[in-house]
Design a protein around this ligand. Structure first.
Ligand SMILES: [Ca+2]
Length: 490
């Protein structure tokens, strides 16, 4: 089943009803005289890892502005991206849907598949966001919001040709768009920030949604020379985070965040602005391009491209003065599919069913979530060495299922955040029940599954031409059937 614009427009009638009955004015609380709906500032960093921020435990990177944002808001310890790579997580943020439901399950458009692997490549996965999906910008528009998309979009592609126009930010509800080719260098962080500030100043008197998506801290790694020099002096032999160039990029997005915070203060908008800071997938912890690995997510296992915690657990800070207690933390697991229903509940907008749930009770500390599980479906080989797999988190337990051979990994994240002790054999009933739930979820969403490869020859390497393999594969042990534990650690 797909949720479409048609269903959204049906519910638009309900919006009118809510407007007429004053429901919207009734929702925002604790902001005296705030008749105007809250602004939303959403800063999305590309490939920033869970531990890449000072307030998440880094001893190497310096992020005073992001740390200050956390002191003024809520820091989530168990926040997840819906996918370990870019595009699907971006889809989930803007629609509230799991990537598996839409069939957009990999980054656009770079599927690389080993020619000798246990699974056959499938090609009918979506290579653009279906135009009929209702984005946050489209949903907010009837309430008078003006929306900006500044930076990386990554939900369409040149490969989709003419159709890419229908999936551009402009066609998906954004009024002000500053876009560029993917993977531009760090020089753009400041330029994007200039544009974001321009947008905020121009729209200070009306509700706005700023979706600021830096290319940083994605490869290629490039930073200002003075920052590289600064962090060269901070490298310590016992710290696995030790890349001065990457550190310079982290500092540049911290500066950007500080500048956005400052302009909100200057214009008196801070109190009526929901400020979100997060990332789209884990930090790059293997070799991929010059001067990599970029970072280390330790003690989390692995990084971008993997369903281990290092690939999907994210920094998430949300500030909303008067509603969110300053300096608070939340350890309830949340996902990038939750932003959409949360924002729409806050502005009082009824919407079509989505996969995420509103986390407003967590923000207000007025209750918890009635959610049994979080799910992931990544049926691809990642450039970083990740294998086609699915995952489910229920409470403190997480199960990962390999799609190559059905191998199960079960971890207790409370006792074993590094996912080092596989409990699947010692807790077979728990593993079986969670695997069953994951399978039911996949079936309910119509998740695409790769088929077995009848020509697979385990005695041969995954790539017949090893030079065509991603760098992370070339530098690791033989790929298929090897133990992920060996490959995943730096
Ligand atoms: Ca990314």
């Amino acid at each position: 089943m797909h949720f479409t614009k048609r269903r959204f427009f049906l519910s638009a009638f309900q919006v009118v009803v809510i407007l007429m009955t004053g429901g919207i004015l009734a929702l925002p609380t604790a902001r005296a005289g705030a008749a105007q709906k809250p602004n939303i500032v959403f800063i999305l960093i590309d490939d920033m890892g869970y531990r890449d921020v000072g307030c998440y435990g880094s001893r190497f990177y310096l992020t005073p502005n992001i740390d200050r944002l956390a002191e003024q808001g809520m820091r989530f310890t168990d926040a997840y991206a819906a996918c370990p790579v870019c595009s699907p997580t971006r889809l989930s943020i803007l629609t509230g849907l799991y990537p598996a439901r839409v069939g957009l399950t990999n980054f656009l458009v770079g599927q690389r598949w080993p020619d000798n692997s246990p699974l056959r490549p499938f090609t009918n996965w979506k290579t653009e966001m279906p135009p009929e999906q209702v984005t946050l910008a489209e949903a907010l528009k009837p309430l008078g919001y003006v929306s900006a998309c500044i930076g990386k979009w990554h939900l369409n592609s040149r490969e989709s040709g003419e159709r890419s126009k229908a999936t551009s930010p402009e066609a998906q509800g954004f009024d002000f768009v500053v876009a560029s080719a993917p993977n531009q260098t760090d020089k753009q962080a400041a330029g994007f920030t200039d544009k974001a500030i321009e947008f905020i100043r121009a729209n200070r008197d009306r509700p706005f949604f700023l979706y600021l998506c830096h290319h940083s801290v994605h490869i290629p790694l490039e930073a200002r020379p003075e920052l590289i020099e600064k962090y060269q002096k901070r490298v310590r032999p016992d710290d696995p985070q030790n890349n001065p160039t990457y550190a310079g990029m982290v500092e540049a997005v911290d500066e950007s965040t500080g500048r956005i915070m400052a302009v909100l203060d200057e214009l008196g908008l801070t109190a009526n602005t929901i400020f979100v800071f997060t990332s789209d997938n884990g930090g790059l912890s293997v070799r991929e391009g010059p001067n990599t690995p970029a970072t280390s997510n330790l003690p989390l296992r692995a990084g971008k491209g993997y369903l281990y915690e290092g690939g999907i657990r994210e920094p998430l800070i949300i500030r909303w003065p008067g509603v969110i207690a300053s300096g608070s933390t939340c350890s309830v697991p949340v996902s990038s599919v939750d932003f959409y229903p949360t924002f729409l509940e806050i502005v009082g907008l009824t919407h079509q069913p989505v996969d995420g749930v509103s986390i407003l009770p967590l923000l207000k500390q007025s209750g918890t979530l009635q959610r049994e599980a979080l799910f992931w479906h990544y049926p691809h080989y990642s450039n970083q060495g990740g294998l086609p797999s699915g995952a489910i988190r229920m409470g403190e337990y997480k199960l990962i299922e390999s799609y190559e051979d059905g191998r199960l990994e079960l971890y207790n994240l409370r006792e074993d955040i590094g996912e080092q002790r596989n409990l699947a054999d010692s807790m077979p009933e728990k593993a079986k029940a969670m695997r069953q739930k994951l399978d039911e979820w996949r079936k309910a969403l119509g998740a695409q599954m790769p088929e077995k490869n009848p020509n697979y020859d385990p005695s041969k390497p995954p790539y017949s031409d090893p030079a065509k393999a991603p760098q992370a594969w070339q530098e690791s042990e033989p790929k298929p059937k090897s133990k992920p534990a060996k490959r995943a650690r730096k």
